[in-house]
Design a protein. Structure first.
Length: 330
């Protein structure tokens, strides 16, 4: 820092103010200091600055599977929003979806330099695990029914399912099956609820739910069983990956999409327009989930107050070519 000060012709205190982002340095002087830093290859010591200021400008993100498209896109959205706010993200994956796995992840927070935490785990594990958050660490729970104890940012899962199911009902389908996610998943259960509610409102029967694990492979396996029902003319899939697996099962069963089988997904993944045919789906605004999560964290950091409550991000129906009225029997 002394070298930078001499090179720029300013005091060490001025270099410190520029380095730490303090106001009160005239633009011309700030440019001189930044130029000197660049020419000398000087980089501020972030660890030392954090100790001095009491802030690491880092958000910890605790999550389960990194393979799930929803989790991946949520993490990406939080990272982008955090970066725009000048924060880095430290990812803390939970190796096993168990109490001990969650406890271990939270325990690591005591070892890591983070200012706040975004948690993407199922609420039943938060409830059952003996999890004790470090005192004073702002926390936001993402896509989970965490109730009144936490600050929650959630996608409107049930309404998305209702939009998908109502679309199929409006097309004239009466035997609409659901390929759901895991029973342990809050999001999957909310989508099941929305599907059942819409069928009930229309006076239609909600037949047995088939379940997968969010992967295309599980969609293929569950879809192969589901399509054994010859009267099934439409399927609402809990995510786009399982819908992709269902596409394969339908092709092998000789069921054309959408002529013989209408399919609706959930997520609006980037590759769904490239499905054959392009997939009708429910759009999740992951970017907005990320923005709201980071905004809630920054508000807690600013006010030093914990404000429990839930912020719901709307979903949007995207119609493409995978749905049509049921074929008329000859």
């Amino acid at each position: 820092m002394g070298d930078v000060a001499r090179h720029a012709g300013v005091s060490s205190q001025t270099v410190s103010r520029v380095s730490n982002g303090y106001p009160g340095v005239i633009p011309e002087t700030r440019e001189l200091v930044l130029k000197a830093m660049d020419e000398l290859g000087y980089r501020p010591n972030s660890a030392a600055r954090a100790l001095k200021l009491g802030s690491f400008h880092t958000i910890g993100v605790i999550t389960f599977s990194l393979e799930a498209v929803g989790n991946h896109r949520t993490i990406q959205a939080i990272s982008v929003a955090a970066a725009k706010a000048g924060y880095a993200v430290t990812l803390i994956p939970v190796d096993l979806p168990t109490q001990s796995g969650v406890e271990h992840a939270f325990g690591r927070l005591e070892e890591l330099a983070v200012d706040a935490v975004a948690v993407i785990v199922e609420v039943h594990l938060l409830d059952r695990a003996k999890v004790v958050l470090p005192r004073g660490v702002p926390t936001v729970v993402v896509d989970s029914d965490a109730g009144d104890e936490y600050t929650v940012v959630d996608t409107d899962q049930a309404d998305g399912a209702r939009q998908a199911t109502r679309h199929l009902i409006e097309l004239g389908h009466t035997n609409i099956r659901h390929l759901a996610g895991p029973e342990s998943s809050f999001a999957a259960q909310r989508r099941v609820d929305g599907w059942r509610e819409s069928l009930s409102e229309a006076g239609l029967e909600a037949k047995e739910v088939m379940r997968g694990d969010w992967s295309a492979a599980s969609g293929y396996e569950a879809g192969s069983i589901l399509l054994a029902d010859p009267d099934c003319t439409a399927v609402f899939c809990a995510n786009d990956q399982m819908a992709l697996g269902l596409y394969r099962a339908a092709a092998e069963a000789g069921r054309r999409i959408p002529e013989d089988l209408s399919v609706v997904g959930f997520d609006d993944s980037a590759d769904t327009p490239a499905y054959s045919p392009p997939l009708t789906t429910i759009h999740q605004d992951f970017a907005e989930v990320g923005r709201r999560s980071v905004a809630a964290i920054l508000e807690q950091l600013r006010t030093r107050e914990h404000k429990p409550g839930t912020s719901i991000v709307p979903t949007r129906f995207i119609q493409r070519a995978s749905t049509a009225p049921p074929a008329v029997s000859s």
